[in-house]
Design a protein around this ligand. Structure first.
Ligand code: ADE
Length: 250
C-alpha cells in the first residue's frame, strides 16, 4: 500500500505507524491494524479520533467457511458478527451488550464500490499474479462473495472448529480476527466501513500451510490492486473532504 502513496509521512500513535499521504489525489491514512479485536478497535479509534477519517476500507485475509468460498476468492462483508462473544444467559448468544443486536452492517455504498473494484481485479488476475503463483495456490477462476463475515480472537485452524462455526452460523462466509471490532467502533462514531478479505485458507487442519507466502505473493498484490481500483479505477468517485483510511493486510 505504501508503495502506491507518493508522499506519505509516518506518525507513531499507540505503538502503531500511521502513514498519511495521498492515493490518486485523495487524502488517506494507511495503517497495519494489528491482529485481534482489541488491536483492531484501538486502531479504528485512533483513525477516527486522531485523523478524523470519515470512511475506512479494511483489506486483509480470512479463512473461508461458506460453501464454494475457496482459497484465492475474495469476500466483501455486508454484515459483521463476533463469533466468540457470549454473554449468555444474560444476553442472547452473540448479542453485543448495550446494542440490542449481534451484527453490524457495512456501509452499503462504499461496499458496493468495493465489490466492483474487487470484481475488476479478479477479472484481470493474469495481469496481477504470475502464472507460477496462480498455479502454486490453485487460483483459476476466483470469485467475489458478499455477506456475513465473522470475527473472533482465534485463528481457526482445525476442521472441528470450522465445522462447529458453520453449524452455529450457517450464513458466515469467512472468519477472521478484526472486522467485527472495526464495525462496532465505526457504528459508534457513524463512520462508513467496507471490508474486503482474500481467502487464504479454509479454516481447517491445513490452514497454516504457506500462510506467509500467501500473504506476500497473493493477498498483498490483491489488496493493493483492489484499493487502487477503488480509488483510481473507473468505478471510483471522490466524495469526501476528510481522509478515508486504508488498512493493508496484516
Ligand atoms: N485469517 C486468515 N485465516 C484465518 C483463520 N483461519 N482464522 C482466523 N483468521 C484468519
Amino acid at each position: 500500500m505504501l508503495g502506491l502513496m507518493p508522499d506519505e509521512q509516518q506518525q507513531t500513535i499507540g505503538g502503531r505507524s500511521f502513514w498519511r499521504g495521498h492515493l490518486h489525489g485523495q487524502d488517506v491514512v494507511a495503517v497495519l491494524s494489528g491482529i485481534g479485536k482489541v488491536a483492531a478497535a484501538t486502531t479504528a479509534t485512533v483513525l477516527i479520533e486522531r485523523f478524523g477519517v470519515q470512511r475506512i476500507v479494511f483489506t486483509g485475509v480470512a479463512g473461508g467457511l461458506g460453501p464454494g468460498v475457496n482459497v484465492g476468492d475474495v469476500v466483501v462483508a455486508r454484515q459483521f458478527l463476533q463469533h466468540d462473544l457470549d454473554v449468555s444467559p444474560i444476553f442472547a448468544r452473540h448479542e453485543v451488550p448495550g446494542y440490542g443486536r449481534s451484527s453490524f452492517d457495512a456501509d452499503a455504498d462504499l461496499t458496493t464500490r468495493l465489490v466492483r473494484a474487487s470484481e475488476s481485479v479478479l477479472g484481470a488476475l493474469p495481469a496481477l499474479l504470475p502464472q507460477g503463483v496462480r498455479s502454486a495456490f490453485g487460483l483459476h477462476a476466483p470469485r467475489c462473495h458478499q455477506g456475513l463475515l465473522i470475527s473472533g480472537d482465534r485463528f481457526v485452524s482445525t476442521t472441528a472448529e470450522s465445522e462447529a462455526l458453520r453449524r452455529e452460523l450457517p450464513l458466515a462466509l469467512a472468519v477472521e480476527m478484526e472486522g467485527a471490532a472495526f464495525a462496532q467502533v465505526c457504528h459508534d462514531y457513524g463512520v462508513a466501513l467496507a471490508v474486503v478479505r482474500t481467502i487464504s485458507d479454509r479454516a481447517d487442519d491445513a490452514a497454516h500451510v504457506d500462510f506467509a507466502r500467501f500473504l506476500r505473493e497473493v493477498a498483498s498484490p490483491y489488496s493493493g490492486a483492489i484499493v487502487e481500483a477503488l480509488l483510481g479505477g473507473p468505478t471510483a468517485t471522490s466524495t469526501t473532504a476528510r481522509p478515508p483510511a486504508a488498512a493493508p493486510p496484516r
